[in-house]
Ligand binder design. Structure first.
Ligand SMILES: Cc1cc2nc3c(=O)[nH]c(=O)nc-3n(C[C@H](O)[C@H](O)[C@H](O)COP(=O)(O)OP(=O)(O)OC[C@H]3O[C@@H](n4cnc5c(N)ncnc54)[C@H](O)[C@@H]3O)c2cc1C
Length: 420
């Protein structure tokens, strides 16, 4: 039983943290809720940073999780621009950047992840960018506008989701774009070769140049400005700006100093939590990008960097903090928008885990659903410009049923027929 005098602290004022605070209140918790973030902006969602906000079709304010007044109205003590620098689990104390301390009864770590940095000469030049924060998006938007105006060149390191979304936004502004990617296709590790090629074609049609099978080795410059990006096969790409979009790393520093159990990087990294999102300390929980959770449905551990996992994981952790029975078993889900292509992906199918890819619809027209199967069971599904099928795809994954791949590839056979 949780009493009204308890103090629940949430470190990380992103989507998972803000949603957890919201759930604590909506579930009737009347104790103190303290939400601490090191950014100055109120909690916001990051997907618009590489989509609507970056392209100019959405306002900055539309990214906020709640209206700024919501926190005070719901008696959530919001501390912004305040890093938490230390965690002592024995005394249940956290230390903030200004040296002040707070004692918690329950703690949620929702510290998210941070962009990986290029470890090459030239990354200190003014035209080298990352994209994680609203402040980064503000700057990048300004950069893309001037690149477009002056026919300037943007080199993007990494053909993952963020790299591709920024490539699309940059082409929208009229910038010249080259994407350098070590793999043979974009998103190779997530989608495999056939479906990665769909994204190659999409971007090439919009004027993006790809340089596959190569890595950046140096960014050259003059007077602090970027001049070119060099690759390990000896090529030189003219560049006015460079975006490093080479993935993210979970922010586990606090968990590390506190001695909480972590998961090694080769197993996904992050803070180890059970299916109720509880860490190795019974009073500390973790959710969102930073949490590597036991997944009851998938039967193993999983850490994802997906909006939906922060949206749903924050509330699940909040309920667990309140002592409710929680088994967090959502089917992983993410989405992307590039030019006129919109997609949603449900499930989890890493290379080597599936033995068949089945497509239903028209790949050429970019209107299809792709399914990743193992032993004729659906592990994952991606719908591209086909809508209102996520529920069925997720049910198919959950059911674990064997399906006839030929029937699955036939759009005239309703998806619901595989669930009867
Ligand atoms: C540009 C971009 C586009 C994306 N687009 C999509 C998309 O289309 N679809 C999708 O599914 N996912 C997308 N994602 C991923 C999605 O945004 C993340 O999965 C989600 O933000 C994770 O939420 P979180 O709350 O766990 O972490 P975060 O959003 O990273 O929030 C964590 C917060 O904690 C703060 N923090 C960290 N350490 C401390 C500390 N010690 N003290 C105080 N504060 C701290 C951080 O600064 C941050 O504000 C995108 C991500 C980015 C960057």
């Amino acid at each position: 039983m949780v009493d009204a005098h308890q103090t629940f602290v949430i470190v990380g004022a992103g989507l998972a943290g803000a949603k957890a605070a919201e759930t604590l209140r909506s579930e009737g918790f009347t104790g103190r809720v303290i939400l601490i973030g090191d950014e100055r902006d109120h909690p916001y969602e990051r997907p618009p940073l590489s989509k609507g906000y970056l392209t100019g079709s959405a306002e900055r304010d539309s990214a906020f999780v709640q209206q700024p007044g919501w926190y005070a109205e719901h008696d959530v003590e919001l501390h912004l621009g305040q890093p938490v620098v230390h965690l002592d689990k024995k005394t249940r104390t956290i230390t903030l950047g200004d040296g002040s301390t707070l004692i918690y009864d329950k703690l949620l770590l929702a510290t998210g992840s941070e962009p990986r940095r290029l470890d090459i000469p030239g990354t200190d030049l003014a035209g080298v960018h990352h994209l994680r924060r609203l402040a980064h998006a503000d700057r990048l938007k300004h950069v893309l506008t001037s690149l477009g105006r002056e026919n300037g060149h943007l080199v993007i390191a990494g053909a993952g989701w963020i790299g591709l979304e920024v490539a699309a936004a940059a082409r929208g502004y009229g910038a010249e774009v080259t994407v350098v990617e070590p793999g043979p296709t974009p998103l190779h590790g997530v989608l495999g070769p056939e479906l990665g090629a769909v994204f190659t074609d999409l971007h090439v049609e919009h004027g993006v140049r790809f340089h596959f099978g190569a890595r950046l080795t140096e960014i050259t410059g003059q007077d602090g400005m970027v001049l070119a990006a060099l690759t390990d096969d000896g090529q030189e790409h003219p560049a006015h700006d460079v975006l490093a979009a080479i993935g993210a790393a979970p922010r586990t520093a606090l968990a590390e100093v506190a001695g909480l159990a972590l998961v090694p990087r080769e197993e996904g990294g992050g803070i180890a939590v059970d299916a109720s999102l509880r860490t190795s300390d019974p009073d500390i929980f973790a959710a969102g990008d930073v949490a590597n959770a036991e997944h009851p449905l998938l039967g193993g551990r999983l850490r994802t960097e997906h909006w939906a996992n922060a949206l749903n994981g924050g509330p699940a952790a909040a309920k667990a903090m309140l002592g409710r029975e929680v088994s967090y078993d959502r089917v992983p889900y993410f989405f992307s928008d590039q030019y006129d292509l919109g997609m949603e992906y449900s499930g989890h199918a890493v290379p080597g885990s599936y033995d068949q890819v089945v497509c239903r619809g028209d790949l050429g027209k970019r209107e299809f659903i792709a399914f990743w199967l193992r032993d004729r069971r659906v592990l994952a599904g991606m719908n591209v410009n086909v809508w209102d099928v996520t529920e069925q795809i997720q049910q198919l994954i959950r059911s674990g049923r064997q399906v006839d791949p030929e029937a699955l590839s036939d759009p005239s056979v309703p998806l619901t027929s595989f669930l009867d």
